[in-house]
Design a protein around this ligand. Structure first.
Ligand code: PEP
Ligand code: MG
Length: 524
């Protein structure tokens, strides 16, 4: 039986299926409400202590997620309703399940992918405490197993030993979840969205997380074809790694600059600067996670990346909150957030917050080769207003004798108005094509909606024609043009992008090797 889903972390895994959603142990009720309360308090403490122990051995991504879980468990707002129902006579396990159930339902009902993805974290937190209450330690999956179920908790992922292979096959799940991010960074094959027909499957399975499917109880010919595809994938990866240390060039010897996209200053710890041409996009909205970061926090983060890059360019994008990236206390509730107050529009509407980021950037600039770009620019007036704020803040810092430098200011090309009429932007220092948004706006197909994913293709002639026109405009006006959307790291899209005239791509660090290898095959 072959079931189609969506690839969330590329790779191949062959092994026994292991069901994630096995039932929890049962809880023995206590005699009094006070004892029930103590039971729940002890279980929460136990869960927190286990997480703290895991933080000690985790890398920075994993530690961030674990610390988020610890903060949630220590937040009285989460446990308060459970303690209230214990006081009115409920058993600790039922009270906890009900309180967390209400919270999870709230996240699941969100129309924003980011919040729906956080429901997985809450289910994980719920189950950690239930496990501590029942002390029913989950049976470990056999080495190399394919874990399958509705969804997988981040801590479950981190507790699993992936050194013998294995993979993840989910009925639901999201490519935007924390687990998907971890699976991609650790090379654990993962497929999501396999749907209900998957229920009750058992035995051996073949997980193809390059194309996004699973074969349960495979036939001999299916096993043969799978192993061929898996070894071809491994060979491509091995060959790609040999490209990492070299500058990228096409088959004809045309040089292509390949930079990386990062979202957190800590990301650079895992990247060897010698393997890339700098940072083509540092997204800053993830720094604006739960609280708005102050100037000093931002300055330190930007400076760290600039110093890591040495003299290589680092393009930091001003905050692109809104759309699928809500920031509490900053973004607004909107019916159609992708077409709303997002990116530079929001920054210009909230200059109090924007000026803090501008000062941090101006102060960080002397520590490296900084460039700054604005997201979601639709008109030249927006660029000019943002640039004027930079000039004002620079003058104010200079008047106070604070070290600073004005970086070159460029724009993202991700709104069709800019790609169609770029001549209004002849004064910007550089252009960076955001193919993720440009594609969704040209095709009128939301980037986070699986139902219209078939329309969301950068290789549609309409999108490629616009990219080609922007590249030509840049050449004619001596304005550097790069592309920092996900298409830049997609081996299937790279030939079309280079044929459209691009010579400068910025890709996810995990895609760097494959992107350089794909470039070397392009004839231009
Ligand atoms: C893009 O739209 O292509 C882009 C790089 O920006 P983001 O994905 O952060 O919207
Ligand atoms: Mg964008």
């Amino acid at each position: 039986m072959r079931i189609e889903g969506v690839a969330a972390a590329a790779g191949y895994a062959e092994g026994p299926l292991f069901e994630l959603d096995r039932p929890q142990g049962t809880y023995t009720g206590k005699a009094t409400a006070a004892e029930e309360r103590t039971s729940l308090e002890t279980a929460i403490d136990k869960a927190v202590n286990r997480l703290v122990a895991m933080v000690g051995t985790a890398d920075s991504d994993a530690a961030g997620i674990l610390e988020f879980h610890i903060a949630m468990l220590e937040d009285d707002a989460l446990s308060g309703p459970a303690f209230a129902s214990i006081a009115s006579g409920k058993a600790a396990d039922a009270a906890w399940r009900q309180a967390l159930g209400a919270e999870i339902a709230g996240y699941e009902a969100s129309d924003q992918d980011y919040f729906r993805a956080r429901a997985t974290d809450l289910r994980d937190i719920r189950d950690q405490v239930l496990r501590a209450l029942t002390e029913d330690d989950q049976r470990a999956a056999p080495a190399g197993a394919i874990l399958y179920g509705a969804d997988i908790a981040p801590t479950r992922f981190l507790q699993t030993d992936w050194s013998h292979g294995g993979g993840i096959a989910l009925k639901a799940g999201s490519t935007a979840s924390h687990v998907a991010m971890l699976a991609r960074s650790r090379g654990v094959p993962m497929v999501v969205g396999l749907g209900e027909p998957f229920t009750g499957a058992a035995g051996m399975a073949l997980l193809d997380a390059e194309h996004g499917n699973i074969v349960v109880a495979p036939s001999l010919p299916e096993i043969g074809a799978f192993r061929q595809a898996a070894s071809a994938f491994a060979a491509r990866q091995g060959k790609a790694r040999t490209f990492l240390a070299r500058p990228a060039a096409t088959r004809a010897g045309t040089a292509v600059r390949v930079q990386v996209n990062i979202a957190d200053p800590g990301d650079v710890d895992a990247i060897d600067i010698a393997t890339c041409d700098g940072v083509g996009l540092m997204r800053t909205e993830f720094l604006f996670g739960k609280t708005l970061p102050d100037e000093e926090t931002q300055y330190r983060g930007y400076r760290k990346v600039l110093e890591w890059a040495g003299g290589k360019p680092v393009t930091i994008r001003t905050v692109d909150a809104g759309g699928d990236k809500p920031v509490p206390g900053f973004t607004v509730e909107e019916g159609n957030p992708f077409l709303g107050l997002r990116g530079v529009r929001l920054s210009l509407a909230r200059p109090d917050i924007f000026r803090v980021q501008i000062r941090a950037l101006l102060r960080a600039a002397p520590h490296g080769n900084l460039k700054v770009m604005f997201p979601m620019i639709a008109t030249s007036e927006e660029y000019e207003r943002a640039a004027a704020l930079f000039a004002e803040e620079q003058a104010a810092l200079a008047a106070r004798g604070i070290a600073q430098r004005m970086p070159p200011l460029g724009i993202m090309v991700e709104v069709p108005s800019v790609a169609i009429a770029p001549e209004a932007f002849a004064g910007v220092a550089f252009l960076s094509i955001g193919s993720n948004d440009l594609t969704q706006y040209v095709m009128a197909a939301a980037r986070d909606n699986a139902a219209v994913a078939h329309l969301n293709s950068v290789r549609h002639p309409a999108v490629l024609r616009l990219i080609g026109a922007v590249a030509a405009f840049g050449r004619e006006n001596a304005i550097p043009v790069s592309l920092c959307g996900d298409a830049g790291g997609d081996p299937a899209s790279i030939p079309s992008l280079l044929e459209a005239g691009l010579r400068d791509l910025s890709v996810a660090p995990a895609q760097l090797a494959m992107a350089k290898a794909a470039i070397s095959d392009v004839p231009v």
